[in-house]
Design a protein around this ligand. Structure first.
Ligand SMILES: NC(=O)c1ccc[n+]([C@@H]2O[C@H](COP(=O)([O-])OP(=O)(O)OC[C@H]3O[C@@H](n4cnc5c(N)ncnc54)[C@H](OP(=O)(O)O)[C@@H]3O)[C@@H](O)[C@H]2O)c1
Length: 334
């Protein structure tokens, strides 16, 4: 039988609440501690989601020997710092995407996990959605012939608020690291690391990237056509275009969703999602606990290599598009 794991939340913002509500669905997860920069926020969050403890500093929570696993839910600009802090306190880490600001930071996080023999995984929840897994199975089965083109988008019209996370470059603002990372993930997990990348980007008054179009080209002639934006809405779907048909992960493709399939000579068919409860964050949290049960420090599914490849591609996109984060780019890989 699985151990009951004491989970802590580091950074009690918007996504932390959604994650906590899904954590409640898992019998082997105990909602143990909420840690915030302010005790009032920690207390309010702990009350709302039934955590046993509230800490007014991240460090105080990390000094609690009863904490087993920490969900890092701060802005991407702080993932590197907060992940290292957790790992150096020997706490298992599930850290939100984007995993960090650049590849150098990701590499140091991985090194730190190895040095501390402590679990580390990027919280790329799409990897664990049953619908994403099923779509990948169909694409990889070869029944539709070779995959040639991936089209993926993620856009929503986000009100321009200068100092908020989405538009504030010191917090990693811009659509790319926040939502563009999903279409890039769709291309990476189906076609791999591209040979060449071409981009067009548009910028907000703060200098943060607001919209980006990305084209990837691969050795075998395959292509990906990817979009993210805070200036418009989009269907938020992913299309895998193959020689003999296509597979579509329907809107909102990165969450539990239906799949549409068409094969030459046949009718369009739909595989309906069986997901019924929660947002879909429970699948990644369950996976973390299975890894911990097995004594692993790296997930066999959302591996460090996938996170490293994803960040390397994001770095290359940033260089091509001229997207810079002055407070972090001293570490930029290229
Ligand atoms: N997987 C998903 O579906 C998903 C969805 C949305 C966001 N995310 C990711 O989750 C992360 C957080 O996003 P969010 O939308 O939850 O952000 P948010 O609402 O702004 O919350 C971030 C929290 O981080 C803490 N924090 C620590 N240092 C901070 C600083 N200097 N400035 C602002 N906040 C700071 C704050 O919590 P305290 O004040 O309590 O310390 C804040 O509430 C991002 O990396 C984002 O990409 C993932």
């Amino acid at each position: 039988m699985s151990k009951i794991y004491n989970w802590a939340i580091l950074g009690c913002g918007r996504i932390a609440g959604k994650f906590a509500s899904d954590l409640k669905l898992l019998p082997n997860a105990n909602l143990y501690a909420a840690a915030s920069r302010s005790i009032e926020n920690a207390q309010q969050f702990a009350n709302e989601w039934d955590f046993e403890k509230a800490y007014g500093s991240y460090l105080e929570m990390l000094n609690d020997p009863n904490v087993d696993a920490v969900y890092v839910a701060t802005p991407h600009s702080h993932h590197y710092e907060h992940t290292l802090l957790c790992l150096n306190h020997k706490k298992a880490v599930l850290c939100e995407k984007a995993f960090a600001m650049n590849l150098n930071e990701v590499n140091e996080m991985v090194t730190c996990a190895k040095q501390n023999s402590t679990f580390l995984m990027e919280a790329f929840w799409t990897m664990f959605q049953p619908s994403f897994t099923k779509a990948m199975e169909i694409v990889n089965s070869g029944e539709l012939g070779a995959l040639k083109i991936v089209r993926s988008d993620f856009a929503f019209n986000a009100p321009f608020i200068e100092d908020k996370r989405l538009y504030n470059t010191s917090l990693g603002g811009g659509s790319l690291l926040d939502i563009g990372i999903y279409p890039v993930f769709a291309a990476l997990t189906s076609l791999g690391v591209p040979k060449s990348i071409k981009t067009f980007a548009d910028f907000s008054p703060t200098g943060s990237e607001e919209s980006i179009n990305m084209m990837f080209k691969y050795d075998g002639g395959e292509m990906a056509n990817l979009t993210s934006s805070f200036a418009t809405h989009s269907p938020i779907q992913t299309e895998y275009l193959c020689e003999k048909g296509y597979v579509v992960l329907n809107p909102r493709w990165f969450t539990p969703t239906d799949i549409t399939i068409w094969k030459e000579g046949g009718e369009v068919s739909t595989i309906e999602s069986k997901h019924r409860e929660g947002f879909g964050y429970q699948y990644e949290a369950q996976h973390v606990m299975e890894c911990l049960d097995a004594g692993l420090i790296e997930s066999p599914k959302m591996t460090w290599e996938i996170s490293q490849n994803l960040m390397e591609i994001l770095d290359r996109i940033r260089i091509d598009a001229g997207i810079f984060f002055p407070e972090h780019d001293k570490n930029l890989f290229f």
